[in-house]
Design a binder for this molecule. Structure first.
Ligand code: PLP
Length: 469
């Protein structure tokens, strides 16, 4: 499988190189040159497979030529073997034909484990083969950091540095990062906000002198392997609800358009999906595009669903690429006008075509709490605020009651106690067994000023399993 850039100017890469790449050299994102397509018979024959076996069948075409089947199977079995639920991504019914797919049974209790548990293992496999080491520097507002650290903690060939804004992530989220020890794990609290952290990561990709030749790898959702891993659970859900003979609809709480883009790909690979709902919080650039064909940057608002607090949606470029007949030059132009003027619309016919599949809703904090309370009253289930946004959007935007509606349950509610309390849900939430002593564990973290050079000096000094690069 070869991968091409959404801006059409960077060289095509194979899977292995895409795994180790960040953005393409032309500033674009990598996508498969040709998406695999499965027949209905083929998909139907996968019913009842354990998650890791289904994952093998869905993802195999993407890694062909880079990872032999037997090795890939073994990696997948290990990856999904660490999940605490035997079904890996169980469905829980909320209402007539309405289901939450629980994607929070991984080590860090959010869906990001599906991709980052795999990414860590794939990186280590490929690096071992090449005899290389890499450094990861990632910024997090919460969920990505802990999932990336958990995914890489046993990697022999990776040193990981996670920057979080000092005192601005929740206690659970911080402790999920800072209580994991290893000579290759480095938590840095930056005296600044999330944007400052992200800016430092971006600048480090642009100028890598401080790494002395060691390769820098991206772990945010611009990394293709993360999207790839998320395609699998759309197949998993549909197969349990009568697919592929019957179509299924999905509602996806989204910020960077990564998770929902994976659903879009599942559909293009042959899975009958009749509707995809973009569920955002008040940071609603995606909703404003889907509802009114305006992709315009606005100011950032802090919400009760912090993992979706974004101003621009990095993976949206991948959808725009398809929307424009995979014309890289057209995307380069759109993105450059976006950078200069802060916004764009697409041609009316392209937008109308997109709307055949996608609907959207922006959900306020107040509505989020109302939904948490409502679902608790009617089912006894406690939703996390991100999942609640998905439920609200599913109920408002649903096109057909006959089609099963699956809401992606992106996090465990225990990660976001503030929203659950505000919703007035009295039920005490408990950390799952593997995290029950989280608040007794020691923490390890370095506080650094909001200064690029200081952060880079720290990485140079510790980037080789705690020793200088
Ligand atoms: C990351 C995250 C999201 C948003 O995912 P995208 O891929 O950006 O759409 C939603 N919910 C939770 C809990 C998350 O951690």
């Amino acid at each position: 499988m070869r991968y091409i850039s959404t801006r059409g100017q960077a060289p095509a890469l194979n899977f292995e190189d895409v795994l180790l790449a960040g953005l393409a050299t032309d500033g674009g994102l990598y996508v498969p040159e040709n998406l695999p397509r499965f027949t209905q018979e083929e998909i139907a024959s996968w019913a009842g497979l354990p998650y890791h076996e289904l994952a093998f069948r869905v993802m195999r075409p993407f890694v062909t030529g880079s990872i032999p089947d037997a090795d890939f199977k073994k990696i997948l079995e290990e990856t999904y073997g660490v999940f605490a639920h035997s079904s890996v991504a169980p469905l829980r019914q909320l209402n007539g034909n309405e289901w939450v797919m629980e994607l929070f049974h991984g080590p860090t209790l959010a869906f990001k484990d599906f991709a980052l548990q795999l990414l860590g293992r794939l990186l280590d496999y490929v690096l071992e083969k090449r005899g290389e080491r890499v450094v990861i520097i990632g910024a997090t507002s919460g969920d990505t950091g802990s999932a990336a650290i958990e995914g890489c903690r046993r990697c022999e060939n990776v040193d990981i540095f996670i920057l979080h804004p000092n005192k601005r992530v929740s206690d659970v989220q911080r402790r999920q990062m800072t209580t994991i020890f290893g000579e290759n794990i480095h938590n840095i609290a930056i005296e600044g906000n999330f944007d400052d952290c992200q800016e430092m990561v971006k600048n480090s990709f642009a100028d890598q002198g401080f790494l002395k030749g060691t390769r820098l790898v991206a772990v945010n959702s611009i990394n293709w392997a993360r999207i790839m891993a998320q395609i699998v659970y759309y197949f998993h859900a549909a197969l349990q609800l009568g697919g592929p003979a019957r179509s299924v609809a999905f509602s996806v709480p989204t910020g960077n358009f990564g998770d929902i883009f994976a659903g879009y790909l599942a559909r293009n690979m042959g899975l009958p999906i009749s509707q995809l709902i973009v569920a955002t919080n008040r940071n609603d650039i995606l909703h404003r595009f889907m509802s009114g064909n305006q992709y315009v940057k606005e100011t950032l608002h802090a919400t009760l669903s912090p993992s979706m607090d974004i101003m621009v949606s990095s993976n949206f470029e991948r959808l725009l690429f398809d929307m424009h007949g995979r014309n890289g030059a057209a995307i380069a132009e759109l993105m450059s006008s976006f950078k200069q003027g802060g916004g764009f619309s697409v041609a009316e016919d392209r937008w109308t075509e997109t709307r055949k599949l996608f609907d959207s809703l922006a959900v306020s904090d107040e509505q989020t709490c109302e939904t948490i309370a409502e679902v608790f009253a009617s089912t006894g289930e406690v939703l996390d605020p991100h999942t609640a946004i998905g439920v609200k959007a599913a109920r408002d935007c649903r096109r057909s009651l006959d089609t099963p509606m699956v809401i992606l349950g992106t996090a465990h509610p225990v990660k976001f106690p503030e929203a659950v309390q505000k919703a007035g849900v009295g039920k005490a939430l408990e950390l799952p067994a593997h995290l029950s002593d989280l608040f007794e564990r020691d923490e390890r973290c370095t506080v650094l000023p909001n200064d690029l050079k200081a952060m880079q000096a720290f990485v140079s000094l510790h980037g080789n399993r705690g020793k200088p690069l």
